[in-house]
Design a protein around this ligand. Structure first.
Ligand code: ATP
Length: 267
């Protein structure tokens, strides 16, 4: 079931499902069916929520925020992966706005947001193309809001706003999910507009790095061809992670097929 609604002040058309397979898949389908740039699909539960490279994003009913923002940008396909970082920063900004300084949010490059070393939010960007041009970019976001427990397999590495509120016994109020969605979209819109001016991340590099859990830390880079270690020095204007390897040279890591592991809770 879906209903259309406009959130006042935003240009986004929100399609809401009580339950769905994956909001990213819905958003891609709606894009093909002619849905407008900026359409958002939100669901109370997903039966096939996705992480990167086919991993599952657990999406139980009613407690968390699951949504996908669909864009139809005119820029070249190689720019699209930067939108993951734009969204990650927007989520951090929205959480800070909604919950004051209750928690210290950290971004694990490129797509996860952690609190207390545990994953609070995951982001999955997918692109569809037609004859070398972007047909749609879908940015899926899962934020654990009111979930009290996680399945055994992720209970050591996942957290929610509610779990963290109880842990530090803060008075900060947990936002309604739709309020959090509105805040994320507001920050995203501002950041996206700035991104589109130069199609790079220069405008947000300092803010992103201020939240980067990997910053100046030892990381292990897992590539399909093998793994190596180095020190993460931040990001460049294209959103690639800069890693200094033992011979002193600096590698620019493109997110695609790469995972980065470091010295934090869930690895
Ligand atoms: P990478 O560093 O390659 O991104 P990742 O483990 O962070 O690796 P993702 O694809 O970003 O992988 O996210 C999927 C993973 O997130 C799952 O394999 C699981 O470990 C974890 N996960 C799944 N559901 C949730 C959830 N609701 N909250 C927190 N973590 C989750």
């Amino acid at each position: 079931m879906s209903r259309q609604q406009d959130i006042k002040g935003l240009q986004h058309n929100i399609v809401h499902y009580e339950s769905t397979g994956s909001t990213n898949e819905d958003a891609k389908r709606l894009a093909c069916e002619g849905a407008a740039d900026g359409t958002v699909v939100m669901a109370d539960a997903q039966s096939a929520g996705k992480g990167r490279r086919g991993r599952k994003w657990q999406s139980p009913v009613g407690s968390n925020l699951y949504f996908s923002l669909m864009l139809k940008p005119k820029f070249a396909p190689d720019k699209a992966s930067m939108l993951t970082l734009v969204m990650a920063l927007s989520v951090v900004q929205a959480l800070n706005k909604e919950m004051g300084d209750a928690f210290d949010y950290q971004i694990k490059w490129p797509n996860d947001i952690l609190v207390n070393g545990r994953k609070l939010c995951g982001i999955l960007t997918e692109m569809t193309m037609d004859k070398g041009s972007i047909k749609s970019v879908v940015i899926g976001v899962g934020i654990n809001v009111n979930q009290e427990q996680f399945d055994d397999e992720i209970s050591d590495c996942a957290t929610s706003l509610l779990i963290e509120k109880k842990r530090i016994d803060t008075q900060a109020m947990i936002p309604e999910r739709v309020e959090l969605l509105k805040a994320v979209l507001e920050f995203f819109d501002t950041n996206y507009e700035r991104f589109c001016r130069n199609l790079d991340l220069e405008f947000m590099k300092a803010d992103y790095e201020a939240s980067l859990v990997n910053m100046n830390n030892r990381v292990k880079v897992l590539e399909p061809a093998g793994e190596y270690e180095g020190i993460a020095l931040g990001i460049n204007e294209q959103g690639e992670l800069l890693v200094q390897i033992p011979d002193g040279s600096i590698k620019e890591i493109y997110a695609g097929e790469v995972s980065v592991r470091g010295n934090y809770g869930y690895v």
